[in-house]
Design a protein around this ligand. Structure first.
Ligand SMILES: [Cu+2]
Length: 452
């Protein structure tokens, strides 16, 4: 859900426009990634129809080798989806290197482009690891090759290492492009140049590199040398530094800016709040001793949802409100957009915050049943989920209604300074009607705000 939404959708639509290109470097390869995505997604749905799987999304061995459920469909689905990710990453890297307008030097690139560029490297380097890992499980399961079975010389912990070597960086594939979107929305809605451009650009690269070295924090209770656990714990703390650099730079951008609370900005501020809770509880999980206390409890899914849902998906919503007028040429209703954001915010916190508390008190994750003292947390969470879904439905309804009866959107409704605001709305097939003007930087204000 997340990898295709922020990096793939916004990346495909806006990365070429933002560097002044007519399309990505390899349009046919791009189509192939799309077919891989549809095929993999379809196969994942087929696996549900074929009885589902009982391994969870991690496919841990030895259970995934032994279970009577059909793991072939979901594992092949993930394998094919991985190709989609790798090929798109390759395409974006080449586009950034080869198709930028000559005037657009590295440090004149919009920060969204920096973020997607850093993400693309993770996609190309880390995704093959999960591909090989999934194939290894299938080899053991169907051909009896003992890679993970300790009785025959294999090692199940090896599986966990391989799995998390991809699956931790995967969360940065999800959050980095989202942070890039935030770095676009905040200066536009503060009418002020971004604070610390180079720090934000390099922090994307730093997150991508350091984030590839922290996977062991998923395995603090799996059986690992103490020294290794301390190193993984330290590195996990360390990756918080570039993330915090971004947050402080965003706040500094807003400081003394002329902040306009249009719907994209409201969703973005919500992101900063929710993602900060996600990030700070990540530090609790990164510290070795506390992790052992809350490992495998609902504290972990609570943290994860604050970062991924409150982080990446909330930014997807922010980005939809930011770029919807550009993509479809229609303006949505602001009052309903704000109402949906408020509903979502209340519902979100009511859904996930109680899970932190339940987890601290020992509620295990992945359990359908629980002791009576945990009832209150689950009940609050359930009610919260209804409110949250109501907010999402209102938001989607509002955006879709805009396609039919929204006012016509001008080409630059927010006064953005990046190149997508120079193209007609919606952009023509090869992105630009006339060559874009690159004489001003991506965050040079003031710009002209056009009324609908
Ligand atoms: Cu992780």
């Amino acid at each position: 859900m997340i990898i295709p939404s922020v990096p793939a959708v916004f990346g495909n639509f806006f990365l070429p426009i933002m560097v002044g290109a007519e399309d990505v470097a390899f349009p046919r390869l791009n189509l192939l990634s799309w077919y891989c995505y549809i095929t993999g997604g379809f196969l994942a749905l087929v696996s549900i129809a074929a009885g589902g799987v009982d391994t969870g999304w991690t496919f841990y061995v030895p259970y995934s080798v032994k279970t009577g459920f059909n793991v072939l469909y979901p594992m092949s689905a993930a394998f094919i989806l991985g190709w989609s990710s790798i090929l798109t990453g390759l395409n974006f890297i080449t586009t950034v290197h080869r198709l930028r307008r000559p005037e657009m030097t590295w440090f004149r690139m919009p920060l969204f482009v920096w973020a997607v560029y850093a993400t693309s490297w993770i996609q190309v380097i880390a995704t093959p690891v999960i591909g090989i890992t999934l194939v290894s499980v299938l080899l053991e399961r169907y051909l009896g090759i003992p890679l993970f079975d300790p009785a025959r010389g294999g090692d199940p912990i090896l599986y966990e290492h391989l799995f998390w070597t991809y699956s931790h960086p995967a969360v940065y594939i999800m959050i980095l492009p989202a942070m890039g979107v935030v770095s676009e929305i905040i200066p536009t809605f503060s009418r002020k140049t971004i604070f610390g451009y180079k720090f934000i650009a390099f922090s994307s690269v730093a997150i991508a590199s350091i984030g590839s070295l922290v996977w062991g924090h998923h395995m603090f209770t799996s059986g690992m040398a103490d020294f290794a656990r301390i190193v993984f714990s330290f590195l996990t703390f360390f990756v918080a530094v570039p993330s915090a650099v971004k947050v402080f730079n965003w706040l500094a951008t807003m400081y003394r800016g002329s902040v306009y609370l249009g719907p994209p900005m409201v969703w973005t501020l919500m992101f900063i709040f929710l993602f900060s809770i996600g990030g700070l509880t990540g530090l609790i999980l990164g510290s070795l001793s506390l992790n052992i206390h809350v490992h495998g409890t609902s504290f972990v899914p609570a943290h994860f949802h604050y970062t991924m849902f409150g982080g990446a998906i909330v930014v997807f919503f922010a980005g939809m409100h930011y770029w919807w007028p550009k993509m479809f040429g229609r303006m949505y209703h602001f009052g309903r957009a704000h109402a949906s954001a408020v509903l979502f915010f209340i519902g979100f916190n009511l859904t996930y915050f109680p899970l932190f508390l339940a987890g601290m008190h020992g509620m295990p994750r992945r359990y359908a049943d629980y002791l009576p003292e945990f009832t209150i947390y689950h009940r609050l969470s359930t009610i919260g989920s209804w409110i949250m879904v109501a907010g999402i439905l209102l938001m989607l309804g509002n955006l879709i209604a805009a396609l039919f009866n929204g006012r016509r959107a001008p080409s630059n409704p927010w006064g953005g300074a990046t190149l997508e605001w120079q193209t007609p709305t919606p952009p023509p097939t090869l992105n630009f009607a006339k060559p874009p003007d690159l004489s001003r930087g991506p965050y040079e204000y003031p710009t002209e705000v056009q009324d609908a």
